[in-house]
Ligand binder design. Sequence first.
Ligand code: IPM
Ligand code: MG
Length: 361
Amino acid sequence: MAKHILILPGDGIGPEIIAEARKILEVLIAQGLVLSFSEGLIGGAAYEATGTPLPDATLADAKQADAVLLGAVGGPVWESLPMHLRPEKGLLGLRAELGLFANLRPAVLAPQLAAASTLKPEVVAGLDIMIVRELTGGIYFGQPRGIRIRDDGQREGVNTLVYSEHEIERIVRTACDVALQRDGRLCSVDKANVLECTELWREVATRVVREEYPEITLSHLYVDNAAMQLVKAPKQFDVIVTSNLFGDILSDCAAMLTGSIGMLGSASLNATGQGMYEPIHGSAPDIAGRGIANPLATLLSVAMMLRYSLAEPQVAQQIEAAVAAVLDAGLRTPDIMSPGMTEVSCQTMGDAVAQHLHGST
Ligand code: IPM
Ligand code: MG
């Protein structure tokens, strides 16, 4: 049966980068890949059209789909809305409702872009890290939460960091499975010197690896040290596994090691292998509508989708090769521009990848 993809462009540069992804999917379909896709509303765009950032129809379509491809959500116009109506709630709701607990965020430096990093080339050349971020638990979802008024009249803000053993076990297993396909080294990041919740995290991670993955080399770092090590000597890492909030922060940091957050895709998977795929970058409202966004993170997310949810690893490789080919040809969107290269628009970049894909099969 044809696999079905739900496409959610979202806000800001979302629609522009998703248009380039659709172009690629159409080339693949024309070449015989059996899949179909439809579009839905999410985030601020959904709020404007329906009054909620995650309409029931979107959720129902997402549950039916084999994979979801998302652009980006959010923007300044919605920042003053109550929390439950903000675009980000649409994304968080989708993650929770689909049970997408495992977020894979690769930080890979394309050799053509070694000069784009703010770090010295020798520190980042050949960088290839995978951050496995827990995505449906921790302080993002813990109860109680909110802003409340104390007996003395003072307001206080509350969020709760909570992880069950089960939640820790399953994300550590996913990270181990990922590490087995790579160098077999896993670094678990916590704050076990201060937070009991992550003391449990460390204990469970240690047990899972000892009992189930003896071939994995496990190390532990406190999150502050991990942040420092990431900018000091990032190539020491193979796979990092960490909680929702720490993963959010460390993955932005790791992304910048590669020069541009505009180059990195991500996969969010549930227990059945269904996944949501999105670029790591946000909706970039400051450049939206100007045609200068970098679509490559979205195209590389499509490659991840083909690999992890659609069982088409060869097609995934073709997309990755086409992206490498346009970089080799010197095409650069402004975020990755360097002297001697050719600056191109979002659309021209998408066209070039589509053309290479066309020629390569
Ligand atoms: C991310 C983003 C989201 C997060 C926001 C948009 C809710 O920063 O995917 O990293 O915090 O998870
Ligand atoms: Mg983030």
